[in-house]
Unconditional design. Structure first.
Length: 187
């Protein structure tokens, strides 16, 4: 089966410091904004599949039913997930993204990348078509960054710019918490 490269969309909500999680990997309640959760879950409904790492997933009642690529170094190449018939386990060090997408059995469509840090960084090199960066005003000073290097002198948007993305639009998701979503896309 010949597989077309999917449209790749990234989704992350970050703290003021550019963090997506606490240092222990837990999701901070302070950046769990209902308006962003709705935007996120609605967006995932339109996706053909989701990509995530070991410590991240989108949650919600439909999580197990979604086609999924779980990025891991614990397997060689690509294998079916023994715990989820809708998922594959992919080691990007030993197999290409196109091979993983083909193994998932989807002809075309949209892949929603939902984290964590290393997965977001990996897809910077594979190539996002769009990245939705939601900015919460809450503080998570010593957490896990959205992209490798963020928070150590690097702003969250810097890796997006280096990957050839430009800020296309910004809109308010929740005025009460001053939460905005930025759409970063190809120039």
């Amino acid at each position: 089966m010949a597989s077309k490269h999917p449209r790749i969309e990234g989704y992350a909500i970050i703290s003021r410091e550019g963090m997506i999680a606490e240092a222990d990997g837990s999701f901070p309640e302070s950046i769990k904004i209902p308006a962003d959760q709705k935007f996120y879950q609605d967006s995932l409904e339109r996706a053909s599949a989701v990509a995530n790492g070991r410590h991240s997933a989108e949650g919600g009642p439909k999580e197990a039913a979604r086609k999924r690529i779980r990025v891991t170094r614990r397997v060689h190449r690509i294998v079916h997930d023994p715990h989820n018939p809708n998922a594959i386990l992919w080691n990007p060090a030993s197999a290409s993204f196109d091979e993983a997408w083909q193994k998932l059995g989807i002809e075309d469509g949209t892949l929603a990348v939902v984290g964590g840090t290393d997965v977001f960084g990996l897809f910077l090199t594979i190539g996002y078509d769009v990245f939705y960066l939601t900015r919460a005003r809450a503080s998570v000073p010593h957490g896990r960054p959205v992209f490798p290097g963020v928070g150590h002198g690097m702003a969250p948007e810097e890796p997006l710019r280096k990957a050839g993305l430009v800020l296309k639009s910004t809109r308010v998701l929740d005025a009460a918490t001053d939460t905005v979503v930025e759409e970063w896309g190809r120039a």
